[in-house]
Design a protein around this ligand. Sequence first.
Ligand SMILES: [Zn+2]
Length: 138
Amino acid sequence: MSNDTPTIKRPTHANTNCLENIKCPACGNEDTFRIAVTALATVTDDGAEVEYGDAEWDESSYAECAQCCKHGKLSDFSVCPETPPAANVHPTLLEALEQALAALNTAPRFRVPSLATDSYAIAAFCGRAIASVKGGAQ
Ligand SMILES: [Zn+2]
């Protein structure tokens, strides 16, 4: 412990667990993060003294993982345990993708300059996406 890194207490809002639903998507760390907080400090010509207990942050605060140094907004680290990845796939969306894939497979290969790729690559991408969504469901 050094003197120039003051320990800032958790903000006192209703949340009893500051890191609820926060997890690093890169390495899985959910224990320790560095978050840019807004704190009130008493500043004189000699320096600043942080008023402990008034640190605040929100979803748009800068945050970084203490383990792998992934960084971004705190919202980038939010996980919603209620929604597993496959649950938000709309059936109609999947059907549309399957039809798009069928359409791509009936056409000769053509360039898609706006995506810097071609129809075969997109068809393969669609195929992988469909397979990953359907995986286990069949
Ligand atoms: Zn990480």
